[in-house]
Design a protein around this ligand. Structure first.
Ligand code: PHE
Length: 478
Protein backbone atom coordinates (compact mmCIF):
# COMPACT_ATOMS: atom_id res chain seq x y z
CA UNK A 1 0.00 0.00 0.00
CA UNK A 2 1.82 3.06 -1.08
CA UNK A 3 1.25 6.32 0.63
CA UNK A 4 -0.89 4.92 3.41
CA UNK A 5 -2.04 7.59 5.79
CA UNK A 6 0.18 8.16 8.80
CA UNK A 7 -0.32 10.59 11.67
CA UNK A 8 1.59 13.84 11.28
CA UNK A 9 3.92 13.29 14.23
CA UNK A 10 5.52 10.37 15.94
CA UNK A 11 3.57 11.19 19.09
CA UNK A 12 0.16 11.76 17.49
CA UNK A 13 -0.94 8.18 18.05
CA UNK A 14 -0.49 8.73 21.77
CA UNK A 15 -2.74 11.80 21.58
CA UNK A 16 -5.34 9.91 19.57
CA UNK A 17 -5.27 6.84 21.80
CA UNK A 18 -5.58 8.96 24.94
CA UNK A 19 -8.47 10.80 23.28
CA UNK A 20 -10.15 7.49 22.64
CA UNK A 21 -9.43 6.05 26.07
CA UNK A 22 -10.44 9.06 28.15
CA UNK A 23 -14.19 9.41 27.93
CA UNK A 24 -17.49 8.69 29.62
CA UNK A 25 -15.78 5.58 30.93
CA UNK A 26 -13.51 7.68 33.13
CA UNK A 27 -15.82 10.49 34.10
CA UNK A 28 -19.18 8.75 34.36
CA UNK A 29 -18.77 4.97 34.55
CA UNK A 30 -15.65 4.69 36.69
CA UNK A 31 -16.88 6.91 39.56
CA UNK A 32 -20.30 5.31 39.79
CA UNK A 33 -18.97 1.77 39.57
CA UNK A 34 -16.41 2.57 42.25
CA UNK A 35 -19.16 4.12 44.34
CA UNK A 36 -21.36 1.06 43.99
CA UNK A 37 -18.63 -1.45 44.58
CA UNK A 38 -17.03 -0.26 47.76
CA UNK A 39 -14.24 2.08 46.66
CA UNK A 40 -10.60 1.11 47.15
CA UNK A 41 -10.87 -2.65 46.68
CA UNK A 42 -12.59 -2.10 43.35
CA UNK A 43 -9.82 0.24 42.29
CA UNK A 44 -7.17 -2.28 43.25
CA UNK A 45 -8.62 -4.98 40.99
CA UNK A 46 -9.17 -2.42 38.23
CA UNK A 47 -5.56 -1.22 38.40
CA UNK A 48 -4.15 -4.74 38.48
CA UNK A 49 -6.16 -5.70 35.42
CA UNK A 50 -5.07 -2.59 33.56
CA UNK A 51 -1.48 -3.42 34.32
CA UNK A 52 -1.33 -7.18 33.76
CA UNK A 53 -3.97 -7.60 31.06
CA UNK A 54 -4.81 -4.18 29.65
CA UNK A 55 -1.35 -2.94 28.74
CA UNK A 56 -0.20 -6.16 27.01
CA UNK A 57 -3.42 -6.34 24.98
CA UNK A 58 -3.19 -2.64 24.18
CA UNK A 59 0.27 -3.33 22.76
CA UNK A 60 -1.08 -6.32 20.82
CA UNK A 61 -3.99 -4.39 19.34
CA UNK A 62 -1.84 -1.45 18.29
CA UNK A 63 0.66 -3.88 16.79
CA UNK A 64 -2.01 -5.57 14.66
CA UNK A 65 -3.08 -2.19 13.33
CA UNK A 66 0.43 -1.00 12.62
CA UNK A 67 1.66 -4.17 10.91
CA UNK A 68 -1.39 -4.37 8.66
CA UNK A 69 -1.74 -0.62 8.06
CA UNK A 70 -5.43 -1.10 7.29
CA UNK A 71 -8.80 -0.86 9.00
CA UNK A 72 -9.46 -3.71 11.46
CA UNK A 73 -11.56 -5.82 9.10
CA UNK A 74 -9.32 -5.51 6.05
CA UNK A 75 -6.24 -5.58 8.24
CA UNK A 76 -7.16 -8.88 9.85
CA UNK A 77 -8.01 -10.32 6.44
CA UNK A 78 -4.56 -9.30 5.27
CA UNK A 79 -2.84 -10.75 8.33
CA UNK A 80 -4.63 -14.10 8.10
CA UNK A 81 -3.46 -14.36 4.50
CA UNK A 82 0.14 -13.40 5.08
CA UNK A 83 0.33 -15.69 8.10
CA UNK A 84 -1.56 -18.54 6.47
CA UNK A 85 -3.75 -18.87 9.51
CA UNK A 86 -7.41 -19.73 9.66
CA UNK A 87 -9.70 -17.07 8.27
CA UNK A 88 -11.67 -17.41 11.48
CA UNK A 89 -9.31 -14.81 12.92
CA UNK A 90 -11.01 -12.29 10.66
CA UNK A 91 -13.72 -12.36 13.29
CA UNK A 92 -11.47 -10.03 15.32
CA UNK A 93 -12.11 -7.32 12.74
CA UNK A 94 -15.83 -8.00 12.46
CA UNK A 95 -16.33 -8.29 16.18
CA UNK A 96 -14.48 -5.01 16.66
CA UNK A 97 -16.52 -3.22 14.03
CA UNK A 98 -19.77 -4.59 15.46
CA UNK A 99 -18.86 -3.52 18.99
CA UNK A 100 -17.77 -0.08 17.86
CA UNK A 101 -21.08 0.35 16.10
CA UNK A 102 -23.13 -0.83 19.08
CA UNK A 103 -21.19 1.22 21.60
CA UNK A 104 -21.45 4.36 19.49
CA UNK A 105 -25.21 3.93 19.36
CA UNK A 106 -25.71 4.25 23.11
CA UNK A 107 -22.61 6.28 23.89
CA UNK A 108 -24.04 9.12 21.87
CA UNK A 109 -27.33 9.03 23.75
CA UNK A 110 -25.61 9.25 27.12
CA UNK A 111 -23.27 11.98 25.91
CA UNK A 112 -26.46 13.75 24.85
CA UNK A 113 -27.52 13.88 28.50
CA UNK A 114 -24.31 15.76 29.23
CA UNK A 115 -25.32 18.26 26.57
CA UNK A 116 -28.61 18.78 28.37
CA UNK A 117 -26.82 19.31 31.69
CA UNK A 118 -24.29 21.71 30.21
CA UNK A 119 -27.23 23.80 29.16
CA UNK A 120 -29.03 23.53 32.52
CA UNK A 121 -25.89 24.46 34.40
CA UNK A 122 -24.81 27.40 32.28
CA UNK A 123 -28.31 28.89 32.30
CA UNK A 124 -28.32 28.62 36.10
CA UNK A 125 -31.53 26.56 36.06
CA UNK A 126 -30.40 24.34 38.90
CA UNK A 127 -29.04 26.96 41.29
CA UNK A 128 -30.35 26.23 44.78
CA UNK A 129 -32.51 23.36 43.58
CA UNK A 130 -33.28 20.59 46.07
CA UNK A 131 -32.81 16.85 45.66
CA UNK A 132 -36.37 16.26 44.57
CA UNK A 133 -36.34 18.89 41.87
CA UNK A 134 -33.05 17.67 40.48
CA UNK A 135 -33.96 14.02 40.38
CA UNK A 136 -37.38 14.88 38.93
CA UNK A 137 -35.54 16.84 36.24
CA UNK A 138 -33.42 13.83 35.32
CA UNK A 139 -36.51 11.63 35.21
CA UNK A 140 -38.20 14.15 32.96
CA UNK A 141 -35.27 14.05 30.56
CA UNK A 142 -35.40 10.26 30.45
CA UNK A 143 -39.15 10.38 29.91
CA UNK A 144 -38.81 12.53 26.80
CA UNK A 145 -37.86 10.64 23.64
CA UNK A 146 -37.98 13.87 21.66
CA UNK A 147 -35.48 15.72 23.81
CA UNK A 148 -33.15 12.75 24.04
CA UNK A 149 -33.26 12.23 20.29
CA UNK A 150 -32.45 15.87 19.72
CA UNK A 151 -29.33 15.73 21.90
CA UNK A 152 -28.31 12.35 20.51
CA UNK A 153 -28.56 13.76 16.99
CA UNK A 154 -26.53 16.87 17.78
CA UNK A 155 -23.80 14.88 19.47
CA UNK A 156 -23.39 12.22 16.82
CA UNK A 157 -23.53 14.75 13.98
CA UNK A 158 -20.76 16.78 15.54
CA UNK A 159 -18.55 13.69 15.97
CA UNK A 160 -19.30 12.65 12.39
CA UNK A 161 -18.25 16.03 11.10
CA UNK A 162 -14.82 15.70 12.69
CA UNK A 163 -14.20 12.23 11.28
CA UNK A 164 -15.49 13.21 7.86
CA UNK A 165 -12.84 15.92 7.70
CA UNK A 166 -10.15 13.26 7.65
CA UNK A 167 -7.54 12.01 10.06
CA UNK A 168 -5.35 15.11 9.76
CA UNK A 169 -7.69 18.06 9.37
CA UNK A 170 -10.45 16.50 11.42
CA UNK A 171 -9.28 14.05 14.05
CA UNK A 172 -5.76 15.34 14.71
CA UNK A 173 -6.62 19.01 14.74
CA UNK A 174 -9.71 18.39 16.82
CA UNK A 175 -7.77 16.43 19.41
CA UNK A 176 -4.99 18.95 19.52
CA UNK A 177 -7.44 21.58 20.69
CA UNK A 178 -9.70 19.41 22.81
CA UNK A 179 -7.29 17.33 24.85
CA UNK A 180 -5.21 20.10 26.47
CA UNK A 181 -8.42 22.01 27.23
CA UNK A 182 -9.84 18.92 28.90
CA UNK A 183 -6.84 18.51 31.17
CA UNK A 184 -7.03 22.13 32.24
CA UNK A 185 -10.74 21.83 33.01
CA UNK A 186 -10.19 18.62 34.96
CA UNK A 187 -7.62 20.32 37.18
CA UNK A 188 -9.91 23.31 37.68
CA UNK A 189 -12.73 21.01 38.79
CA UNK A 190 -10.37 19.13 41.11
CA UNK A 191 -9.21 22.35 42.77
CA UNK A 192 -12.79 23.48 43.09
CA UNK A 193 -13.66 20.12 44.68
CA UNK A 194 -10.79 20.41 47.14
CA UNK A 195 -11.83 23.90 48.17
CA UNK A 196 -15.57 23.34 48.39
CA UNK A 197 -15.79 19.64 49.10
CA UNK A 198 -14.33 17.02 51.36
CA UNK A 199 -11.23 15.70 49.62
CA UNK A 200 -10.09 13.74 52.67
CA UNK A 201 -13.25 11.71 52.73
CA UNK A 202 -12.94 11.20 48.98
CA UNK A 203 -9.33 10.00 49.24
CA UNK A 204 -10.22 7.71 52.12
CA UNK A 205 -13.04 6.24 50.11
CA UNK A 206 -10.98 5.72 46.96
CA UNK A 207 -7.74 4.52 48.46
CA UNK A 208 -8.70 2.36 51.43
CA UNK A 209 -8.28 -1.19 50.24
CA UNK A 210 -10.62 -3.54 51.98
CA UNK A 211 -10.97 -6.63 49.86
CA UNK A 212 -13.98 -7.75 51.92
CA UNK A 213 -15.94 -4.84 50.40
CA UNK A 214 -15.67 -6.36 46.98
CA UNK A 215 -18.33 -8.75 45.74
CA UNK A 216 -17.83 -11.12 42.86
CA UNK A 217 -19.95 -8.78 40.77
CA UNK A 218 -17.52 -6.05 41.69
CA UNK A 219 -14.59 -8.10 40.41
CA UNK A 220 -16.31 -8.61 37.09
CA UNK A 221 -17.21 -4.96 36.79
CA UNK A 222 -13.65 -3.94 37.60
CA UNK A 223 -12.24 -6.13 34.87
CA UNK A 224 -14.88 -5.16 32.32
CA UNK A 225 -14.30 -1.52 33.12
CA UNK A 226 -10.57 -1.84 32.52
CA UNK A 227 -11.28 -3.02 28.97
CA UNK A 228 -13.88 -0.37 28.32
CA UNK A 229 -11.79 2.47 29.62
CA UNK A 230 -8.75 1.52 27.50
CA UNK A 231 -10.98 1.19 24.40
CA UNK A 232 -9.77 -2.38 23.97
CA UNK A 233 -11.07 -5.06 21.65
CA UNK A 234 -13.16 -2.65 19.64
CA UNK A 235 -11.11 -1.94 16.58
CA UNK A 236 -10.70 1.67 17.69
CA UNK A 237 -7.12 1.25 18.82
CA UNK A 238 -6.34 -0.99 15.85
CA UNK A 239 -7.71 1.60 13.43
CA UNK A 240 -5.64 4.36 15.03
CA UNK A 241 -2.64 2.02 15.20
CA UNK A 242 -2.77 1.67 11.42
CA UNK A 243 -1.71 5.33 11.20
CA UNK A 244 0.99 5.06 13.85
CA UNK A 245 4.54 6.02 12.96
CA UNK A 246 6.83 3.00 12.69
CA UNK A 247 9.31 4.83 14.86
CA UNK A 248 7.09 5.24 17.90
CA UNK A 249 7.59 2.71 20.68
CA UNK A 250 4.64 0.40 21.19
CA UNK A 251 5.47 -0.44 24.78
CA UNK A 252 6.16 3.06 25.96
CA UNK A 253 3.08 4.41 24.19
CA UNK A 254 0.81 1.75 25.67
CA UNK A 255 2.11 2.40 29.17
CA UNK A 256 1.63 6.13 28.69
CA UNK A 257 -1.96 5.67 27.47
CA UNK A 258 -2.81 3.42 30.42
CA UNK A 259 -1.15 5.79 32.84
CA UNK A 260 -2.91 8.93 31.61
CA UNK A 261 -6.23 7.14 31.38
CA UNK A 262 -5.95 5.83 34.94
CA UNK A 263 -4.78 9.19 36.23
CA UNK A 264 -7.78 10.91 34.67
CA UNK A 265 -10.15 8.38 36.23
CA UNK A 266 -8.55 8.88 39.65
CA UNK A 267 -8.58 12.66 39.45
CA UNK A 268 -12.17 12.64 38.24
CA UNK A 269 -13.06 10.27 41.08
CA UNK A 270 -11.34 12.49 43.64
CA UNK A 271 -13.06 15.62 42.34
CA UNK A 272 -16.50 14.04 42.09
CA UNK A 273 -16.43 12.28 45.46
CA UNK A 274 -15.03 15.40 47.17
CA UNK A 275 -18.14 17.22 46.02
CA UNK A 276 -20.42 14.30 46.88
CA UNK A 277 -19.02 13.88 50.40
CA UNK A 278 -18.81 17.63 50.91
CA UNK A 279 -22.53 17.91 50.23
CA UNK A 280 -23.24 14.89 52.44
CA UNK A 281 -24.65 12.79 49.59
CA UNK A 282 -24.66 9.06 48.89
CA UNK A 283 -21.87 7.42 46.85
CA UNK A 284 -23.78 4.39 45.60
CA UNK A 285 -26.22 6.14 43.30
CA UNK A 286 -25.39 4.15 40.21
CA UNK A 287 -25.54 5.70 36.74
CA UNK A 288 -27.34 8.75 38.15
CA UNK A 289 -24.24 9.75 40.13
CA UNK A 290 -23.12 12.23 37.53
CA UNK A 291 -26.51 13.48 36.43
CA UNK A 292 -28.32 13.71 39.76
CA UNK A 293 -25.89 13.61 42.66
CA UNK A 294 -23.29 15.89 41.14
CA UNK A 295 -25.67 18.65 39.99
CA UNK A 296 -27.12 18.52 43.49
CA UNK A 297 -23.67 19.10 44.96
CA UNK A 298 -23.08 21.99 42.56
CA UNK A 299 -26.49 23.52 43.30
CA UNK A 300 -25.46 24.80 46.73
CA UNK A 301 -21.86 25.70 46.13
CA UNK A 302 -20.35 29.07 45.26
CA UNK A 303 -20.05 29.42 41.46
CA UNK A 304 -21.58 25.95 41.27
CA UNK A 305 -23.53 26.68 38.10
CA UNK A 306 -20.47 27.95 36.26
CA UNK A 307 -18.10 25.20 37.40
CA UNK A 308 -20.84 22.64 36.84
CA UNK A 309 -21.27 23.89 33.30
CA UNK A 310 -17.55 23.72 32.70
CA UNK A 311 -17.52 20.21 34.16
CA UNK A 312 -20.17 19.02 31.72
CA UNK A 313 -18.22 20.60 28.86
CA UNK A 314 -15.33 18.40 29.98
CA UNK A 315 -17.60 15.39 29.84
CA UNK A 316 -18.78 16.34 26.36
CA UNK A 317 -15.28 16.89 25.01
CA UNK A 318 -14.05 13.60 26.41
CA UNK A 319 -17.06 11.87 24.89
CA UNK A 320 -16.49 13.42 21.46
CA UNK A 321 -12.83 12.40 21.42
CA UNK A 322 -13.90 8.83 22.17
CA UNK A 323 -16.83 8.65 19.80
CA UNK A 324 -14.69 9.68 16.84
CA UNK A 325 -12.54 6.63 17.54
CA UNK A 326 -15.67 4.49 17.34
CA UNK A 327 -16.61 5.92 13.94
CA UNK A 328 -13.13 5.56 12.45
CA UNK A 329 -12.79 1.73 12.23
CA UNK A 330 -16.06 1.24 10.36
CA UNK A 331 -15.66 4.35 8.19
CA UNK A 332 -12.11 3.37 7.21
CA UNK A 333 -13.38 -0.09 6.30
CA UNK A 334 -16.08 1.31 4.01
CA UNK A 335 -13.50 3.54 2.33
CA UNK A 336 -11.06 0.67 1.76
CA UNK A 337 -13.53 -1.99 0.81
CA UNK A 338 -16.04 -0.07 -1.29
CA UNK A 339 -13.93 2.80 -2.47
CA UNK A 340 -16.26 5.33 -0.92
CA UNK A 341 -15.19 8.84 -0.11
CA UNK A 342 -14.64 9.47 3.57
CA UNK A 343 -17.70 11.71 3.97
CA UNK A 344 -19.87 9.05 2.33
CA UNK A 345 -18.50 6.31 4.54
CA UNK A 346 -18.90 8.37 7.70
CA UNK A 347 -22.45 9.31 6.75
CA UNK A 348 -23.49 5.70 6.27
CA UNK A 349 -21.89 4.52 9.49
CA UNK A 350 -23.28 7.36 11.55
CA UNK A 351 -26.82 7.24 10.20
CA UNK A 352 -26.96 3.53 10.98
CA UNK A 353 -25.57 4.06 14.49
CA UNK A 354 -27.93 6.97 15.00
CA UNK A 355 -30.94 4.82 14.10
CA UNK A 356 -29.71 2.07 16.38
CA UNK A 357 -29.34 4.68 19.11
CA UNK A 358 -33.09 5.30 18.96
CA UNK A 359 -33.47 1.88 20.60
CA UNK A 360 -31.53 3.23 23.56
CA UNK A 361 -33.62 6.41 23.59
CA UNK A 362 -36.92 4.55 23.83
CA UNK A 363 -35.55 2.06 26.36
CA UNK A 364 -35.92 4.76 28.98
CA UNK A 365 -39.52 5.66 28.21
CA UNK A 366 -41.97 4.19 25.71
CA UNK A 367 -40.14 0.87 25.54
CA UNK A 368 -39.14 0.78 29.17
CA UNK A 369 -41.03 -2.44 29.69
CA UNK A 370 -43.05 -5.15 28.02
CA UNK A 371 -41.08 -5.26 24.78
CA UNK A 372 -39.76 -8.26 22.92
CA UNK A 373 -36.36 -7.57 24.47
CA UNK A 374 -37.87 -7.95 27.93
CA UNK A 375 -39.68 -11.11 26.92
CA UNK A 376 -36.64 -12.73 25.34
CA UNK A 377 -33.71 -11.36 27.27
CA UNK A 378 -35.22 -10.07 30.49
CA UNK A 379 -33.98 -6.54 29.91
CA UNK A 380 -34.54 -3.41 27.84
CA UNK A 381 -33.06 -2.94 24.38
CA UNK A 382 -30.43 -0.60 25.81
CA UNK A 383 -29.48 -3.06 28.53
CA UNK A 384 -29.31 -5.83 25.96
CA UNK A 385 -27.03 -3.80 23.66
CA UNK A 386 -24.84 -2.92 26.61
CA UNK A 387 -24.67 -6.55 27.64
CA UNK A 388 -23.68 -7.55 24.12
CA UNK A 389 -20.84 -5.06 24.08
CA UNK A 390 -19.77 -6.23 27.53
CA UNK A 391 -19.41 -9.68 26.04
CA UNK A 392 -17.93 -8.66 22.68
CA UNK A 393 -15.32 -6.36 24.14
CA UNK A 394 -13.44 -8.87 26.29
CA UNK A 395 -14.03 -11.52 23.63
CA UNK A 396 -12.36 -9.26 21.07
CA UNK A 397 -9.54 -8.61 23.51
CA UNK A 398 -9.13 -12.33 24.11
CA UNK A 399 -8.90 -13.11 20.38
CA UNK A 400 -6.46 -10.24 19.82
CA UNK A 401 -4.26 -11.54 22.63
CA UNK A 402 -4.35 -15.08 21.27
CA UNK A 403 -3.70 -14.04 17.69
CA UNK A 404 -0.83 -11.73 18.58
CA UNK A 405 0.59 -14.25 21.05
CA UNK A 406 0.36 -17.39 18.94
CA UNK A 407 0.03 -16.46 15.26
CA UNK A 408 2.60 -13.69 14.88
CA UNK A 409 6.18 -14.87 14.62
CA UNK A 410 8.86 -14.00 17.13
CA UNK A 411 10.98 -12.04 14.66
CA UNK A 412 8.00 -9.99 13.55
CA UNK A 413 6.96 -9.14 17.09
CA UNK A 414 10.53 -8.36 18.11
CA UNK A 415 10.78 -5.99 15.19
CA UNK A 416 7.52 -4.24 16.05
CA UNK A 417 8.25 -4.09 19.74
CA UNK A 418 11.81 -3.04 19.08
CA UNK A 419 12.98 -4.44 22.38
CA UNK A 420 15.06 -7.08 24.02
CA UNK A 421 14.23 -10.72 24.43
CA UNK A 422 13.28 -10.41 28.10
CA UNK A 423 10.46 -7.97 27.55
CA UNK A 424 9.37 -9.91 24.49
CA UNK A 425 9.13 -13.09 26.54
CA UNK A 426 7.29 -11.37 29.36
CA UNK A 427 4.84 -9.78 26.98
CA UNK A 428 4.26 -13.09 25.24
CA UNK A 429 3.48 -14.90 28.46
CA UNK A 430 1.04 -12.14 29.32
CA UNK A 431 -0.85 -12.27 26.02
CA UNK A 432 -0.62 -16.04 25.62
CA UNK A 433 -1.71 -17.07 29.09
CA UNK A 434 -2.40 -14.37 31.64
CA UNK A 435 -4.77 -12.26 29.53
CA UNK A 436 -6.78 -15.17 28.15
CA UNK A 437 -7.02 -16.73 31.62
CA UNK A 438 -8.26 -13.49 33.15
CA UNK A 439 -10.84 -12.95 30.43
CA UNK A 440 -12.03 -16.56 30.58
CA UNK A 441 -12.46 -16.21 34.31
CA UNK A 442 -14.69 -13.19 33.79
CA UNK A 443 -16.74 -15.02 31.19
CA UNK A 444 -17.18 -18.17 33.16
CA UNK A 445 -18.45 -16.20 36.09
CA UNK A 446 -20.67 -13.78 34.16
CA UNK A 447 -22.31 -16.07 31.66
CA UNK A 448 -24.27 -18.23 34.14
CA UNK A 449 -25.78 -15.09 35.67
CA UNK A 450 -27.26 -13.88 32.41
CA UNK A 451 -30.99 -14.53 32.17
CA UNK A 452 -33.39 -15.09 29.33
CA UNK A 453 -32.45 -16.29 25.90
CA UNK A 454 -29.17 -14.40 25.70
CA UNK A 455 -27.01 -17.51 25.83
CA UNK A 456 -29.05 -19.55 23.32
CA UNK A 457 -29.16 -16.54 20.99
CA UNK A 458 -25.43 -15.98 21.15
CA UNK A 459 -24.90 -19.70 20.69
CA UNK A 460 -27.09 -19.75 17.59
CA UNK A 461 -25.31 -16.73 16.15
CA UNK A 462 -21.96 -18.38 16.74
CA UNK A 463 -23.05 -21.65 15.14
CA UNK A 464 -24.50 -19.91 12.08
CA UNK A 465 -21.38 -17.76 11.86
CA UNK A 466 -19.08 -20.76 12.08
CA UNK A 467 -21.14 -22.53 9.44
CA UNK A 468 -21.03 -19.56 7.06
CA UNK A 469 -17.32 -19.26 7.60
CA UNK A 470 -16.85 -22.97 6.93
CA UNK A 471 -18.72 -22.64 3.64
CA UNK A 472 -16.50 -19.77 2.60
CA UNK A 473 -13.39 -21.69 3.55
CA UNK A 474 -14.52 -24.67 1.48
CA UNK A 475 -15.26 -22.42 -1.47
CA UNK A 476 -11.95 -20.64 -1.28
CA UNK A 477 -10.15 -23.98 -0.94
CA UNK A 478 -11.91 -25.36 -4.04
N1 PHE B 1 -12.63 4.30 26.38
C1 PHE B 1 -13.82 5.08 26.20
C2 PHE B 1 -14.25 5.60 27.54
O1 PHE B 1 -13.66 5.28 28.55
C3 PHE B 1 -14.93 4.30 25.58
C4 PHE B 1 -14.55 3.66 24.32
C5 PHE B 1 -14.59 2.31 24.22
C6 PHE B 1 -14.13 4.40 23.22
C7 PHE B 1 -14.18 1.68 23.07
C8 PHE B 1 -13.73 3.78 22.08
C9 PHE B 1 -13.76 2.43 21.98
O2 PHE B 1 -15.20 6.32 27.61
Amino acid sequence: MSGHNVWTHKGTFLLAAVGSAVGLGNLWRFPYLTGENGGGAFILVYALTIFAVGIPILIAETMLGRTSRQSPIMGMRHLTKTHKTSRAWESIGWLGAASAFLILSFYSVIAGWALHYTWLMLTGSLVGADAQTISAGFDALLASPGLMTLYHTLFIAFSALIVAMGIHKGIESGLRIMMPALFVILIVVLIYGIINGDVRAAARFLFTFNIADLSLEGWLHAMGQSFFTLSLGMGAIMAYGAYMSSEASLTRTAIAVAFVDTAVAMVAGLAIFSLVFGAGLETGQGPGLMFVTLPLAFADMPFGALVGGVFFILVLGAAVSSSISLIEPVAAFLVERFDMTRPQAVTIMVIAAWAMGLLTVVSFNVWAEGTIFHALFGRSAFEFIELLTNIFMPLGGLLIALFAGWALTQSEVMKELGTNITWFKTWRILVRFVGPAAVSFVFLRTIPQVEGYVIPTLGAVLIVGAFALGQRLRKSAA
